[in-house]
Write a protein that binds this ligand. Structure first.
Ligand SMILES: *Cc1c(COP(=O)(O)O)cnc(C)c1O
Length: 446
């Protein structure tokens, strides 16, 4: 842009004005924001809210005071805690309370749900017609790796060759997946039994059209499942009435430690549409038994008639308790208001990248609101070294190969001012060449 262009004039003062006008600004006070840091990694690990620490403390106190009696005498009781948290989460994903439960980890939930639904399909050993050709599961080539590992393992356990039946829709640009390409595979192949897609791609931040994918899967006789790890808590969902006839997506999984801020390794969540309640879980366990007969300790599995059936073992209370307080914050703020602020923050971030950073920097995230999740992928050939230099200067972001700096202004605790500072710091790192002081990429968690 030339000097004479009257482009938008961004400034720290402007960012601060936007913060002063932000109706959610008070929520930041609930969070432990590291001193002197601009924390932009809430899509990997959300910051600790005091409400989550309070429900965790309460359960620790209950353990001390009640010991074994806590399963019934705690409030809420521990025995139904996974279901209780499911009730709290249901409005955030747009589902009925009976369709949501907190259980296991995301990867385990992918195992049990993919396994469960494979077993309902022709061409699998437990399915209605074992002699039929095996079903395919449709994924994409930008997926988070654990999803493919788990699905491949489920195929192998059924004697099905994953190299043949795990089918990945290819990205056209290395960043995004075109929903039209998912529909094209469904038209070409008549063996797709399950379409399993992310709601938001972990690298580029593209938000996929859950409604359209559900409709396409159902039109072709396939089930529609979603990995919502990168959206629950930041994006409003309507899983329960996705699809052409509002029939709902079939199943979904998500993490609690990203935008839900429930702490490292917090117990995950899952959704199973009520039309599938009663289907036998692939990884059955006593915690999925009907609660009223669970302690009769019979050797016949009497599965719960809710999504609770996909629990496996004892609810991990200490990894689940923070979800209660953390989710209450999102519910109180309102998921629509949270989404609105998230979009305002990422709009602002994209504007600043366009206006203030050099031509080597570009935005890899779709710009349309309905195609964008909660973070922005800033691409740069030296992305790794830039992200390291930024971290040393207080900007906590992460790097994803080959060239993506992921910047996540999580809506409950990030200020416009923080976004401003992060982009200005990147600008300085670029202009001074400070990133050259850093070694090219090694290994490790970022
Ligand atoms: C973070 C993430 C996971 C993590 O799974 P865990 O079992 O919690 O380690 C899975 N899928 C996606 C898409 C993710 O972003």
């Amino acid at each position: 842009m030339s000097d004479t262009d009257a482009g938008p004039t961004h400034s720290l003062a402007e960012a601060r004005e936007r913060d002063a006008d932000d109706s959610l600004r008070g929520y930041r006070d609930h969070f432990s924001v590291p001193d002197g840091e601009r924390y932009m990694d809430g899509n990997s690990l959300g910051l600790a809210p005091d409400t989550a620490l309070a429900t965790l403390d309460r359960v620790v106190d209950e353990w001390r005071a009640l010991a074994i009696r806590g399963w019934e005498a705690a409030d809420p009781d521990w025995f139904h805690y996974g279901e209780h948290l499911g009730d709290l989460l249901a409005p955030l994903v747009g589902a009925r309370e009976s369709e949501v439960v907190v259980a296991n980890s995301t990867t385990v939930n992918i195992h049990t749900l993919i396994g469960t639904f494979l077993d309902t399909l022709p061409g699998t050993p437990a399915g209605p017609d074992p002699a039929a050709d095996p079903p395919a599961v449709l994924v994409n080539d930008l997926d988070f790796p654990t999803d493919h590992y788990a699905i491949r393992a489920q195929f192998r356990q059924r004697g099905i060759d994953p190299d043949e039946q795990l089918v990945a829709v290819e990205s056209r640009d290395g960043r995004t997946i075109d929903e039209g390409d998912i529909e094209a595979v469904l038209r070409e192949r008549d063996d797709v039994g399950i379409v399993f897609m992310p709601s938001v791609l972990y690298r580029s931040g593209q938000l996929l059209d859950v409604d359209r994918i559900t409709a396409a899967a159902h039109e072709h006789g396939a089930l529609a499942g979603f990995d919502c790890a990168h959206s629950v808590g930041a994006v409003d969902h309507a899983l329960g009435d996705a699809g052409d006839d509002d029939e709902g997506a079939d199943f979904a999984v998500w993490c609690s430690y990203k935008y839900l801020n429930a702490g490292p390794g917090a117990t995950a969540g899952l959704y199973v549409n009520e039309r599938h309640h009663g289907t036998t879980p692939a990884l059955a366990g006593w915690w999925g038994n009907d609660k009223s007969t669970q302690f009769e300790m019979r050797h016949t599995y009497d599965q719960a008639d809710t999504a609770g059936a996909w629990q496996i073992g004892t609810v991990p209370m200490l990894s689940s308790a923070p979800i209660e307080g953390a989710t209450e914050l999102v519910r109180e703020a309102g998921i629509d208001a949270v989404r609105e602020k998230s979009l305002a923050l990422t709009d602002y971030l994209i504007d600043l990248v366009d206006d203030r950073l050099g031509d080597d920097f570009s935005v890899g995230t779709p710009r349309e609101h309905d195609r964008r999740g909660g973070h922005v992928a800033i691409e740069h050939p030296e992305g790794y070294r830039v992200s390291e230099a930024l971290r040393d200067r207080g900007g906590v972001v992460d790097f994803r190969p080959p060239n993506v700096v992921r910047v996540c202004p999580a809506p409950l605790y990030t200020r416009f001012e923080d976004v401003w500072h992060v982009v200005e710091t990147i600008r300085e790192i670029d202009e001074t060449g400070a990133y050259r002081d850093y070694d090219p990429r090694g290994a490790g968690v970022t």
